[in-house]
Design a protein around this ligand. Structure first.
Ligand code: FAD
Length: 455
């Protein structure tokens, strides 16, 4: 019996394991996970009810071939049993429920004769003839024929403009995904959230739920702020045939024209983005290398704001906080951060008027998004995989080099036999590979390839 070792037991690794189990009774699966809780990973292990899914429940099934699986599961829960199916599909549910869903559907792995789970960190992978040797912390290590890399989200890179002493300070928090920044925080202190994306919003929601009344600053280079979804989803006609063979700039011009036209007919821009979104991957795949670089430099953030939106209602909460002055969002660059008693003095050059703004905060939380440049990730496992040429970083500095179907490439551009990647590691090749609707497809594709290769 062949062995598949999956490194990382968040959504991507777990669903790959479940898909393998569905497709073959003749495979041994070893799931290696440490860091975040197995099955739930970073996104779905939060217990905070104010942390909502940013995708409606109707699009969150773990399985591509069972689109209503999550909504049907919700209907079995006491909290949702009286809700109408069609309404529930449109709702943004607390992420903790999604974590419970993943735990329940994965419980089959716990006592399954084909599955072992190791709760420790993988440290290295070495090729040994036709097998791979996986070194694992506190563990004798394992041998396997197939490897699936599903390590998911790494903590954000240190923000530019902050020196080592600040990064080592107990008042600086390198990740927004653990609650440590909330511990011992007095309700009237001020706090700086570096970044203005969805993780920053999670932090604001956590602070407010704890009756925090201090000032919350958020800084990002352009000051873009997440936008809300529309209350009543509407559909916009499919216009992909217009953009199909076009260059990046033409694609953006066509989308902009549709938004302008849509506005004239009171059509929300969100509907136009949602109409194009299923084709984002195809569009990305055929863009030239030059266009891809242009997109990363100039358009990535605009697309991010248009695409990663706030659940309905949260946008209004944020608007109130901004209007009351409790939340202040700057577009600008850090000029300096100085360590002072009980916190930091922070100075920012504002993008709007190039003026310096200086303020004091007791804590800084890095919410700048996962580190995706694999040459800069500070992790022993990644360092070893790069050194052993099992993975290679790519020119766009996003994820690792892979084929779109998940086969991993070494630095010579050759497929590393029987090594696959799922999830955000595929960013460079697929671009849109961050949320469940894409990850469940990655996981199934990789499981199919492994099963086919074994048969
Ligand atoms: C805060 C947040 C909220 C999100 N909300 C949504 C949402 O509402 N809807 C949606 O569709 N998507 C959401 N996403 C996107 C989300 O990333 C994915 O949906 C999904 O959770 C990613 O799963 P993953 O398994 O790829 O990665 P992860 O969840 O990061 O899991 C990877 C696991 O591998 C472990 N690991 C890493 N390296 C090793 C190693 N060397 N050895 C052993 N274990 C290792 C990690 O510690 C972790 O447990 C959100 C993301 C974040 C960060």
């Amino acid at each position: 019996m062949k062995t598949v070792c999956i490194i990382g037991g968040g959504f991507s690794g777990t669903i790959t394991a479940l898909q393998l189990l569905r497709k073959s009774t003749d495979i041994k699966i070893i799931l290696v996970n440490s860091g975040y809780p197995v099955f739930k990973g970073v996104a779905f292990s939060t217990k905070k009810q104010e942390h909502l899914l940013n995708v409606p429940a109707g699009r969150m099934s773990a399985f591509p071939d069972k689109p209503d699986h999550f909504v049907n599961w919700l209907l079995t829960q006491p909290e949702f049993k009286d809700e109408a199916f069609e309404n529930l599909k449109k709702e943004f549910i607390p992420r903790s429920f999604y974590g419970d869903y993943l735990k329940e559907i994965s419980s089959i792995c716990l006592n399954h004769p084909q599955v072992s789970i190791i709760h420790d960190k993988a440290l290295n992978i070495e090729k040994a003839h036709d097998k791979y040797l996986i070194t694992i912390d506190n563990h004798p290590g394992i041998q396997c024929e197939y490897v699936v890399l599903a390590m998911g989200n790494y903590s954000p890179a240190p923000p530019k403009g902050i020196d080592e002493a600040v990064l080592r300070s107990s008042h600086y928090f390198e990740s927004p995904w653990s609650d440590s920044y909330l511990e011992g925080l007095k309700p009237t202190e001020n706090i700086l959230l570096m970044g203005s994306g969805l993780s920053m919003i999670d932090c604001v929601l956590s602070l407010i739920s704890l009756k925090f009344t201090g000032k919350i600053y958020s800084i990002s280079p352009r000051g873009y702020f997440p936008q809300g979804n529309i209350t009543t989803p509407v559909t916009y006609p499919d216009f992909y045939s217009e953009v199909k063979d076009k260059s990046l700039l033409e694609v953006f011009r066509i989308i902009k024209n549709h938004i302008t036209e849509g506005k004239k007919n009171a059509m929300a821009w969100q509907a136009i983005i949602d109409s194009f979104r299923p084709y984002a991957k195809e569009t990305w795949l055929r863009l030239s290398a030059k266009d891809k670089r242009q997109f990363i430099s100039h358009l990535r953030h605009i697309w991010g704001v248009a695409r990663h939106r706030l659940p309905t209602g949260i946008d209004l909460k944020m608007k109130d906080l901004i209007e009351s002055g409790q939340l202040e969002v700057f577009g600008g660059r850090l000029q300096f951060v100085a360590i002072v008693e009980n916190g930091f003095e922070v100075s920012v050059k504002k993008r709007s008027d190039q003026q310096l703004e200086t303020f004091f905060v007791s804590r800084i939380v890095n919410c700048t998004g996962p580190q995706i440049n694999f040459n800069e990730i500070n992790d022993v496992f990644i360092g070893n995989l790069l050194q052993n040429n099992i993975i290679s970083a790519n020119d766009l500095k996003m994820g690792i080099r892979c084929f779109p179907d998940g086969r991993v490439l070494n630095k010579e551009g050759e497929h590393v036999k029987n090594v696959y990647a799922v999830g955000s590691l595929l960013r460079e090749v697929l671009w849109e590979t961050t949320a469940v609707p894409e990850l469940r497809v990655n996981a199934e594709n990789v499981a199919n390839q492994i099963v086919e290769s074994i048969n």
